[in-house]
Design a binder for this molecule. Structure first.
Ligand code: URA
Length: 428
C-alpha cells in the first residue's frame, strides 16, 4: 500500500468524523508511521481522533495485528519450556511483575517479559528495574533465549518487538491519549503476542488509578484483549483487580524495587503478596504446572534466589544502595482516626510530579522520586503522625506534588468498607 492509495490527512479525517478505518488503511498507517512516512504530529492527531471516537472490535483487532506485524515475533518452542507471561493495564504502586516473574520461574515455568516504561500517572517495570545500578533491559533476542534456558526469565525492553508500539507508547504518554481502550488493548497485545509466550494472564485494573474510568469499561478492555489473544492462538485470561488505592506502601521506581525485595524476602504488604500469588497461580495453571506452591517460594527464599540471578544476568548489582531523592517532605495527620481510601490517581500524579515519570518523550526519570505511604486504608491514625513521605531530587517539585496529594485521602471515624482486591476472572 502506498501514499498513492492512502495519505495521513484522509485517514485522520475519517476517524475524526467518526468513521471506521478499513483494514488496508490501518495496515498502511501503522507501517508508514513505524518507518517514518507518517509524522509524529499526524499520528498524534490520529491518536486523539481514536481517543475521542473509539474503534470497533474489528478495528482494534486489525490495529493490533498491524502493530504486531511491524516487527518480528519471537518463538521459543524449540527450547521445550513452558512459557507464560502477565501484563498489567497500568496501576499505581504496581510492582507485581518483579516478585511475580521470580515466583513463577521458581515454580518451573519460563517468563519472557517484554516490558514498558512509565505511562501517564502509572509506573513502568523498566523504569523501576533501571533504578538498580547497572541493570540493562536492552537484550538481544539471543540473550533472551539464553536467559530463558538458564534462569527461566528475561525482562527486556520490547524495542524491536512491535516497534510500532514503542513509538506509539512514547507518543501517547505525552499527548494525552493514554486512556483509550483500543490504544491500550493494541499496545499490550501487540507486544505480548510478539514476545512469544505460550500463554498470557492480564491484570486489568479497575478504579480511580486505572486508565479506564468504570468497571464496565475495564471489563470491556479485558474481554477485548482475551479475544485478541485467543484469536492469535495464545490462551489468554484476565483478572479484574482493584486500583482505587495504590498497591502496597510505595509509589515510585526505587521505592517499589525495595518493596518488591521485601515481598521476595517473605514480608511486604499483604495486598502485594496476595496479588502476586494469585497471578502466579493463574499463570502456572495456564502453563500446565499444578504441583507448585507459589506462596512457599516467597517463604523459602527460592523466588528471591531467582530474582537475584535474573538481576545479575542483566548487569544489575543489588548490593549497591538503591537511590532515594535527597529532598523529602512529609504529610502529617490533622486528626486521629482511621485512614480512609487513598486516591490512587492522585498518588500516581504526585509521584509523577516528583519526577518519577515523564512529560517529554525520552526524558530521564528520577529513580529516587516517589511517595511512601505510612498508613494504608483501614489503619489507625494518630493526630500529628506522618501519613506520607514525598521524595525528589528537585526541591521545586515538592509544592506541586503536595497540591496533587491535597484532598486525595481522608481520615475518618470508621474504616472504609473493605473491598476485594480480585474483582473477577475473565476467561473468554
Ligand atoms: N501497558 C501497555 O503496555 N500499554 C498501555 O497502553 C497500557 C499499559
Amino acid at each position: 500500500m502506498t501514499e498513492l492509495t492512502f495519505d495521513a490527512p484522509t485517514v485522520i479525517r475519517t476517524k475524526r468524523d467518526g468513521g471506521r478505518l478499513s483494514d488496508a488503511a490501518i495496515d498502511w498507517v501503522i507501517a508508514a508511521y513505524t518507518d517514518g512516512r507518517v509524522a509524529a504530529e499526524q499520528m498524534s492527531a490520529l491518536l486523539m481522533a481514536i481517543f475521542l471516537r473509539g474503534m470497533d472490535r474489528r478495528e482494534v483487532a486489525r490495529w493490533t495485528a498491524a502493530m504486531l506485524a511491524s516487527g518480528p515475533r519471537l518463538d521459543f518452542t524449540d527450547l521445550g519450556l513452558r512459557t507464560v507471561d502477565k501484563h498489567s493495564t497500568g496501576g499505581v504502586g504496581d510492582k507485581i511483575t518483579l516478585p511475580l516473574v521470580a515466583v513463577v520461574t521458581a515454580c518451573g515455568a519460563a517468563v519472557p517479559q517484554a516490558s514498558g516504561r512509565g505511562l501517564g500517572h502509572t509506573g513502568g517495570t523498566l523504569d523501576k528495574l533501571e533504578s538498580i545500578a547497572g541493570f540493562s533491559a536492552s537484550l538481544t533476542n539471543q540473550r533472551v533465549r539464553e536467559q530463558l534456558r538458564d534462569i527461566g526469565a528475561a525482562i527486556f525492553a520490547a524495542g524491536e518487538l512491535a516497534p510500532a508500539d514503542a513509538k506509539l507508547y512514547a507518543l501517547r504518554d505525552v499527548t494525552g491519549t493514554v486512556e483509550s481502550l483500543p490504544l491500550i488493548a493494541s499496545s499490550i497485545m501487540s507486544k505480548k503476542l510478539a514476545e512469544g509466550a505460550d500463554a498470557l494472564v492480564l491484570d486489568v485494573k479497575v478504579g480511580s488509578g486505572a486508565f479506564m474510568n468504570s468497571e464496565a469499561e475495564s471489563r470491556d478492555l479485558a474481554h477485548t484483549m482475551v479475544e485478541i489473544g485467543t484469536a492469535h492462538g495464545v490462551p489468554t485470561r484476565a483478572l479484574l483487580t482493584d486500583m482505587d488505592s495504590p498497591l502496597g506502601r510505595t509509589v515510585g521506581n526505587s521505592l517499589e524495587v525495595q518493596e518488591a525485595l521485601d515481598v521476595l524476602g517473605g514480608g511486604g504488604p499483604p495486598d502485594v503478596v496476595e496479588l502476586t500469588v494469585r497471578l502466579a497461580t493463574e499463570m502456572l495453571e495456564l502453563a500446565g504446572i499444578d504441583d507448585a506452591d507459589p506462596a512457599q517460594t516467597l517463604r523459602d527464599g527460592t523466588a528471591m534466589d531467582r530474582f537475584r540471578r535474573l538481576i545479575a544476568a542483566q548487569g544489575g548489582d543489588l548490593a549497591k544502595t538503591l537511590p532515594i531523592g535527597g529532598c523529602s517532605e512529609t504529610v502529617t495527620a490533622s486528626r486521629s482516626g482511621t485512614m480512609g481510601t487513598i486516591d490512587a490517581m492522585a498518588v500516581g500524579l504526585t509521584a509523577w510530579r516528583l519526577g518519577a515519570g515523564r512529560s517529554r518523550p525520552g526524558a530521564r526519570v528520577q529513580h529516587g522520586a516517589g511517595v511512601r505511604i505510612h498508613r494504608r486504608p483501614g489503619e489507625p491514625v494518630a493526630a500529628g503522625e506522618v501519613l506520607f513521605t514525598l521524595y525528589t531530587e528537585t526541591p521545586e517539585r515538592i509544592g506541586p506534588a503536595l497540591a496533587e496529594l491535597d484532598g486525595a485521602f481522608t481520615v475518618g471515624d470508621a474504616p472504609p468498607r473493605p473491598k476485594p482486591l480480585i474483582i473477577d476472572r475473565i476467561t473468554r
